[in-house]
Design a binder for this molecule. Sequence first.
Ligand code: AMP
Ligand code: MN
Ligand code: MN
Length: 324
Amino acid sequence: MDTAVLDLIRRSRRVLAICHVSPDGDAIGSLLGLGWALKAMDKEVTLACADPVPVFYRYLPGQGEIVRRPEGMFDLVISLDCSDKERLGDAYREEYHALPLLNIDHHVTNQYFGTANLVDPEAASTAEIVFLLLDELGLPIDPPMAQCLLTGIVTDTRGFRTVSSTPRVLAIANRLMAAGASLPEIVGRTLDRRPLAMIRLWGQALPGAQLRGKILWAEITEAMRAEAGLTTVDDGGLVNFLLTAEEAEVAVVFSEKNGGQEVEVSFRARPGWDVAQVALSLGGGGHMLASGATVRGKLAEVREGVLALLEESLAAQERARRER
Ligand code: AMP
Ligand code: MN
Ligand code: MN
């Protein structure tokens, strides 16, 4: 592992760690796992996320300490699970620009924006990279760290179902369970749990799902969300569910937000395709098989524009495959 990374951590006293806006299980899990570890190293630690911790991650030890807007002085900022600096949102303030920034991430679209970058696109989750970092620092893993880090791994692999679920991932999960993490608790709290309102929202969105070639897409309007009684923009895993359709190679969910001025776009693909590049070209990012972007514009306009881009990209990928 890069000694510059280890030195940055060893030399720091007051650390600010930040995960991405609209946090998922890997964002919160890697943030808290690292937070517990830094405390065990006797550092002063502030943990931040620009958006609130979703209710279903509130079982994680230490989550109550995560702040929206950090205050105070720091000598190191650590970014977790962010492919670019904008993903830190306004938890990353103007005055931090002079501070060293350690970028820990696993997105293939990572922009290497840190002073030091611990980026591994082969890793299934940022939590896994944090685990390897703690191993390298020789820090023993205690039960709170283990529970947080395993949450990041389990949520980003959807319970070890993704192609990123390598033997290394399972070996790390094994060590985290041996250190005190509970796999059934994590699965029960995250993957196997959603509000009834979310199920009703799916009920509204699913009849409108349409197949366009190999792309199955659906949309969630603000009116649907209001009707279901939901306030958060996430789709509760609808895009993953759509990709279980036999006819689909790619699934997309368009979620209207910000009073109809913006659309959150979520892409999923079966192995063999790449949806990271389309997301990147829209100003977002992600992985080959799971990516996303926030696009300005009205729902119908954005949908038609994005579907056209996506069709073009898939056709180009197919041509490239034939020529190989
Ligand atoms: P989601 O569809 O929200 O579960 O996101 C799938 C993947 O795409 C995750 O790895 C996210 O980090 C990434 N992603 C989603 N939305 C964005 C965005 N607006 N900008 C950059 N990356 C994103
Ligand atoms: Mn994430
Ligand atoms: Mn992640």
